[in-house]
Ligand binder design. Structure first.
Ligand SMILES: NC(=O)c1ccc[n+]([C@@H]2O[C@H](COP(=O)([O-])OP(=O)(O)OC[C@H]3O[C@@H](n4cnc5c(N)ncnc54)[C@H](OP(=O)(O)O)[C@@H]3O)[C@@H](O)[C@H]2O)c1
Length: 212
């Protein structure tokens, strides 16, 4: 698959690296420093390159959106037309201090993106775990019990592509239903962040649902 990374920071940088190592063609984009993107691409191996957001999006089968909520206007201006694209969103609608969600309960970042990009296929995924855990999950993917990762969206094909990528990273994808469920998944991340960053055991934390 060709994957465009829109926002190559903690989330996009790590997920893009793992996607490339899993065999996908990855373009890292959107940094204030081109060298950051070049270095990510070198570290990720031969399947990865650096580019502009427009280049990352243009021929992508899916794009991963991993930017601060305040950067949306800028990233969309640079990425160009995302009509028809699978847009996997891990961005949370955080305030400038990254302390509070600025929207929720009756909507979500994912739903607002869908309003803004009505011809794109938005899926909410990857945002419910801290970036610090991704490499550990990838390295443990052969274990029989994988951690869960919830995702939701309204387009079946986009969800199936996302589920494949979730599996490639090493999680067990859990289909939580339509995109509006993101209004519950996004606040759930605040609970995970509390456990990851305010506990004593470090941020390398994932979760697993178990049925009885
Ligand atoms: N980190 C996590 O564990 C985590 C978990 C769940 C959800 N999220 C959400 O995922 C999204 C991405 O988080 P992140 O931690 O990956 O963020 P980040 O590390 O700050 O990455 C943001 C990306 O945007 C780029 N960028 C380009 N121009 C920018 C500008 N003018 N100002 C700020 N950034 C600019 C940054 O590039 P340069 O900095 O290289 O210039 C970087 O590539 C956020 O919405 C966050 O709430 C994060």
């Amino acid at each position: 698959m060709r994957i465009g990374i829109l926002g190559s920071g903690l989330m996009g940088g790590k997920l893009g690296t793992i996607f490339a190592r899993a065999g996908h063609q990855v373009t890292f984009s959107y940094s204030r420093h081109r060298e950051t993107l070049e270095q990510l691409a070198r570290d990720a191996g031969t399947n990865a390159k650096a580019g502009t957001p427009g280049e990352a999006a243009s021929d992508a089968d899916a794009v991963l959106l991993g930017v601060h909520w305040s950067r949306l206007d800028d990233i969309f201006a640079q990425a160009g037309d995302l009509a028809g694209k699978v847009v996997i969103n891990c961005s949370l609608p955080m305030n400038a201090q990254n302390t509070e969600l600025v929207i929720g309960r009756t909507t979500s970042a994912a739903e607002e993106l869908a309003k803004r990009l009505p011809r794109a296929h938005i899926v909410s995924a990857f945002g419910t775990v801290p970036s610090e855990v991704f490499f550990d999950v990838f390295e443990s993917k052969d274990r029989s019990q994988r951690p869960s990762l919830v995702y939701c969206g309204d387009d079946a094909r986009a969800k199936s592509i996302t589920a494949e990528l979730i599996r490639d990273v090493g999680f067990d994808p859990v289909d939580a239903g339509p995109l509006r469920i993101a209004r519950y998944a996004e606040p759930f991340t605040m609970l995970i962040a509390q456990l990851a960053y305010n506990g004593e055991d470090g941020p390398e934390l994932a979760y697993r649902f178990q049925r009885f």
